[in-house]
Design a protein around this ligand. Structure first.
Ligand code: SAM
Length: 849
């Protein structure tokens, strides 16, 4: 992917980011109010305390080794227990089992990338190899069916392991399986991701032509899943019409997102770096009606699907062994509520009419969940509905959203905003309550909402759902139910929105983490006041930089100021473990900087060498509106494109003109291929004065080389883009037997005379020097059928003076060697190894890439 910054600096930034991490919210305040005491006393009498576990038991629970000097962290937090008991997050009969699951290590899970070339090999290895061998080796320890597909994930693509990631790392019996998982995730064939985190993209109901916005995307596990979905049914050489725009505010996490999604080698992805709540419009049209004037051209950014996986307190990930037990306090959720509302409101504004938006958090807290959804429904009125998706993914056990909850602030509990003391009213917001009665818009838009009671039974195995139907929304979407039997209060206020259509996944239902998901459907364009509430950007005119039209909602303005510093201290989800890392990344200082375009200076370590290169063929200089991010430029040098096309015999049916982009400072060293959907966005962005801050896009297709071999084409192919281009290449192709292909992969550089098949060696020797493609012959009838076969294995090589040299990264080479071993059982003998290495050394021909 074409990135705005060099990935080399990623590690440094990650480390630096980790040192800056702070937790959400402040310290827990002293509780002095009588109200708080009453609640606690009442709770004590109603619900017995759950048993405290002893340190050795805790150590055993986390799977840690017993070290006499080491004190395991206590897996308990009284404030957490009190909070969720009051919220009645589960029935009181379930409380102990709920808590006991929170203290157990989380089972490891992963997903197979069905769009990857080796998908079938991987499925077969899992089913026929690991599943069976581990069944016999570890069933005593981890029970039967220790590796099995998750029943609710379509196509058996997601797998559950009866052991945690820690056990996977430590248990010798699991070593080869662990190596397999590590390696396959490195090359993008599988993604290690928490089971519940895989749920939100499934409810988006993605089609291969959808434009999808992932608003808070880093580290990218859901973005990767969305990419898998849009690429699943593609034919070789054909790109889907879809597009994924993955955004994250945090620059370091954006780098991680780029790194992780790079494994997908997709031309249909754009990574941007914005505050999601201020995500630009890129509108050429003055108003909504104009946006549809020209059907052939995008007039504004609009998405068929929006994933709004917002920053959250993250207490649903408590089983991952985070510091969550120690750090948790109810302020964490309160501080994020407004940001979550603002991000989701922006998502709705960017959603097409008829489109779907999924709102999700890995938090259990109703203030971050149901309260946000209620506020969205309140603000958007009849323009948006909360969908009943109880018939989708029927095997996934989930519970209905809560219809009532309370808000805690500094130890005091409140049922309505009226109860909040004056000096806290701008911190504890009306929208946090089920009884919110705030916005002007909400008065205007709340209407008659029909609640479908037919499907409620399938929502929950364990919860009773209040009988409600055809509720007439009053002005604030609230009803008071004094007969309700919520602990510790006499007046229970229920939201009248059909919040039971939201979904909450709790750990003890299917041995997972916790998650919250709500699916929204846009029914009609937003009206003026609703749009204003989403802080839309307005267009000043073609080619001019747009101004951020800041008109925050009156009711949120005071709190925004207070929250500015706190919002960004987000406790990150542990999906960054994807790469086996556990960095602590913070989003510090991004909010205001982003608006003013004063981002941290970015390092391009290639820039210098690029500029110094002799014979620069392009003089590309252009200032970006985004400091540190170079503009994306279309590569327009017709002579160069012509020479590439003729050198590789690229067929006319594969358009290069208008689909190759580069960065200005890159001096066209690397060219990236973009899909038609991405091309349209880049063109629109150019027209609106680069409102989008594009961090990376497309798949690397060509790279300039500096070989003195006398090659007539200045560019070589990149392995990342090869599978897309392969069906359209007609020259510079050699076909190798499995044995010679294996040798090439193993030794990287082979003298023409040392190939087993002398015909192959001769063909290589007779080729002009330069970049070429070597295809593995697997009994195909003709060349055309090989190149169009999605399972064909091919690599990029360099035909040097006397040798053939492989130009594939080490992880990809290892991956291909694995495939060779699996498909053909080929493994070179040690003796053979030595001989070939000696010969290559004698020739002095080892080429470093
Ligand atoms: C829950 S994580 C997203 C996880 C991601 N969807 C995945 O599946 O890998 C939330 C992300 O939101 C980002 N974030 C925080 N505040 C943001 C904002 N105002 N706009 C956009 N992203 C934000 C954080 O940097 C973090 O990466």
């Amino acid at each position: 992917m074409l990135a705005a910054r060099s990935p080399v600096s990623l590690h440094h930034r990650i480390v630096a980011g980790g040192q800056r991490r702070r937790c959400v919210g402040g310290s827990e305040r002293k509780r002095g109010r009588t109200q708080g005491r009453h609640f606690t006393q009442a709770l004590e009498s109603l619900w017995r305390q759950s048993p405290r576990i002893s340190p050795p038991a805790a150590a055993a629970a986390t799977g840690g080794e017993v070290n006499p000097l080491w004190q395991p962290p206590a897996l308990e937090n009284a404030a957490f227990e009190e909070y969720y008991k009051v919220q009645q997050i589960v029935h009181k009969e379930e409380w102990d089992v709920f808590m006991s699951f929170l203290r157990k290590p989380l089972p490891a899970t992963f997903r197979i990338n069905a769009s990857c070339q080796f998908y079938k090999d991987i499925c077969s290895k899992l089913e026929n190899d690991f599943r069976q061998s581990l069944e016999s080796e570890v069933s005593n320890e981890y029970g039967e069916d220790a590796i099995r597909p998750l029943p609710w994930y379509p196509g058996n693509l997601a797998w559950h392991l009866n052991f945690s990631r820690k056990e996977l790392r430590k248990n010798l019996a699991l070593e080869s399986f662990h190596e397999f998982l590590k390696h396959e995730s490195e090359v993008g064939n599988i993604t290690r991701q928490e089971a519940v985190s895989m749920v939100p993209p499934l409810f988006l109901n993605v089609h291969p032509d959808h434009h999808i916005l992932d608003m808070c995307a880093a580290p990218g596990s859901k973005t990767f899943q969305l990419l898998e979905m849009i690429h699943q049914s593609k034919e070789p050489g054909l790109l889907p019409g879809a597009l994924v725009m993955a955004n994250d505010l945090n620059v370091q996490r954006c780098d991680l997102l780029i790194h992780n999604t790079k494994r997908m080698c997709t031309a249909n992805l754009i990574v941007t770096n914005h505050e999601a709540q201020n995500f630009p419009n890129c509108s050429l049209a003055k108003d909504y009606s104009e946006a549809y004037k020209d059907n052939c051209k995008s007039q504004r950014l609009e998405f068929d699907r929006v994933l709004c996986d917002v920053p959250c307190s993250g207490d649903g990930t408590i089983r991952k062994g985070h510091d969550m037990w120690r750090k948790w306090n109810s302020g964490m959720g309160n501080q994020l509520h407004l940001l979550q509302v603002n991000i989701a409101m922006r998502g709705i504004a960017l959603l097409k009419v008829g489109g779907r938006m999924v709102y999700s958090t890995c938090s259990m807290n109703p203030v971050e969940n149901e309260a946000v959804i209620a506020e969205l429904l309140r603000r958007n009125g009849n323009s948006v509905e909360l969908l009943d998706v109880s018939s989708e993914l029927p095997e996934l056990v989930r519970r209905p959203g809560l219809s009532t909850w309370k808000v805690q602030d500094r130890g005091s509990w409140f049922q309505t905003h009226d109860d909040v003391p004056h000096d806290r009213k701008n911190v504890v917001l009306p929208s946090m309550f089920p009884s919110s009665n705030i916005t002007e818009e909400s008065h205007a838009v709340c209407g008659y909402v029909e609640i479908n009671t037919d499907n409620r039974g399938s929502f929950s195995r364990n919860c009773d759902i209040e009988e409600t139907s055809n509720i007439n929304h009053d002005m604030d979407g609230v009803s008071t139910d004094p007969t309700s039997n919520l602990d510790c209060t006499s007046n229970v206020v229920n939201s009248k929105f059909p919040l039971h259509r939201c979904m909450r996944i709790v750990p003890h239902d299917q041995n997972s983490g916790a998650f919250f998901i709500a699916v929204l459907h846009k029914l009609s364009p937003l009206n003026g006041s609703q749009i204003q509430g989403t802080k839309v950007q307005h267009t000043l005119g073609k080619g001019r930089i747009k101004q951020l039209h800041k008109e925050p909602e009156p009711e949120t303005r005071p709190c925004e100021t207070i929250l500015t510093c706190q919002q960004n201290n987000v406790l990150e989800v542990d999906d960054a473990e994807l790469l086996g890392r556990r960095q602590n990344l913070s989003a510090d200082n991004q909010t205001s900087k982003d608006k003013n375009s004063t981002e941290v200076e970015m390092v391009f370590n290639d820039v210098k060498s690029g500029r110094e290169e002799s014979g620069d063929i392009m003089k590309l200089q252009k200032q970006s509106r985004w400091k540190g991010v170079d503009p994306v430029l279309f590569f327009k040098d017709e002579l160069v494109i012509k020479s590439i096309k003729s050198f590789f015999g690229i067929k006319e049916s594969f358009p290069l003109e208008g689909y190759l982009v580069t960065r200005s400072t890159d001096n066209a060293r690397r060219m990236y291929y973009i899909s038609k959907s991405v091309k349209e966005i880049v063109e629109l962005n150019e027209e609106v004065g680069e409102q989008l801050k594009i961090a990376s896009l497309g798949v690397k297709m060509f790279e300039r080389h500096r070989s003195k071999d006398g090659c007539s084409c200045a560019y070589r192919l990149s392995y990342e883009g090869l599978s897309l281009l392969l069906p359209y290449i007609s020259t510079r192709i050699l076909y190798a037997s499995p044995l010679d292909f294996h040798r090439l992969l193993q030794y990287r550089t082979i003298n023409f005379a040392h190939f087993v098949d002398s015909r192959f060696g001769e063909e290589a020797a007779s080729m002009m020097p330069g970049c070429c493609v070597v295809v593995l012959l697997e009994g195909h009838e003709n060349a055309d059928s090989i190149l169009k076969d999605p399972t064909t294995i091919a690599i990029v090589c360099w035909r040097g003076k006397g040798t053939m040299n492989v130009m594939v990264s080490p992880p990809d080479r290892t991956d291909l060697l694995e495939r060779m071993a699996y498909r053909f059982g080929i493994k070179a003998s040690a003796e053979e190894d030595e001989k070939l290495m000696d010969l290559t050394r004698e020739d002095g021909n080892i080429m470093r890439i």
